[in-house]
Design a protein around this ligand. Structure first.
Ligand code: DCP
Length: 230
């Protein structure tokens, strides 16, 4: 039909009538998010949106993840700006599935990573202001609402060991202190709930155990994650 001025939504799926039940998986680096997402990819009514780490390693030929860890103060704004774009893409992505399961979100980008970079003085105050204004604009103008947060709770020492074991080449210089800081910031947000708004109910999972054992716990709360009655 005729498209009237002013009625075209800014984002093409903003007028979608039936939003999927949207679940975001959060937790420290190396907490097992990928393992959990892989598990849920077997369900046909679940759309799984993996965090595109691979894409962050090749943005028009640039390895942003490599740049970030080589020279964090120079590249963190660039990196986090790009993360924000990829997350916005996932939050607004249309799906016919009943459940949308995302690895991370706009919220952990802003409340955990950007916040931590700023507090540790790697990100300049002016840079922090610019990315925060972008975040504010997005959350005020785009429907990025979520229904559930699955928080994979870990101890920093455990994930640090895992990160060293998996040996992504960009991450081999990540110090334990950085992981500890990220841990504390996740805890204050999702466990103590004293730092930033928590945009959905939080389901905590003990992710210190080995990943197979963690999946056993996940199966026990599977219906809750998938918003199924039984
Ligand atoms: N990262 C970042 N800022 C963000 C998101 C991620 O600096 N806003 C970095 C941290 C890691 C890499 O990107 O070096 C990937 O981090 P994730 O924790 O998101 O993904 P993992 O693959 O480590 O998760 P898991 O091991 O839980 O599957």
């Amino acid at each position: 039909g005729e498209v009237l001025r002013g009625t075209t939504p800014l984002f093409k799926n903003m007028d979608k009538q039936c939003k999927p039940f949207t679940v975001v998986v959060e937790g420290n680096i190396g907490s097992g998010k990928t393992t959990l997402l892989n598990y849920f990819s077997k369900f046909s009514d679940v759309e799984v949106l993996q965090e595109p780490v691979e894409k962050w390693r090749d943005v028009q030929g640039h390895n942003l993840l490599g740049l970030l860890y080589d020279n964090p103060s120079r590249w963190c704004l660039t990196f986090q700006t790009h993360v924000q774009l990829t997350m916005l893409d996932h939050h607004t992505k249309e799906t016919s599935a009943k459940v949308k399961l995302m690895e991370r979100s706009l919220f952990s980008g802003r409340y955990c990573f950007v916040e931590n970079l700023y507090q540790s003085k790697l990100m300049e105050p002016a840079e922090y202001s610019v990315i925060s204004e972008w975040f504010k604009w997005i959350t005020n103008n785009v429907d990025v609402g979520i229904d559930l947060i699955v928080y994979l709770r870990t101890d920093p020492e455990v994930v640090h060991k895992r990160i060293l074991q998996r040996a992504r080449k960009e991450e081999k210089t990540v110090p334990l202190s950085y992981i500890v800081a990220l841990h504390e910031i996740h805890e204050k947000w999702l466990h103590d709930k004293i730092s930033h708004p928590v945009p959905a109910p939080v389901l905590e999972i003990d992710a210190n155990v080995d990943l197979a054992e963690m999946l056993e716990q996940v199966t026990l709360v599977e219906n809750q994650i998938l918003n199924r009655k039984r």
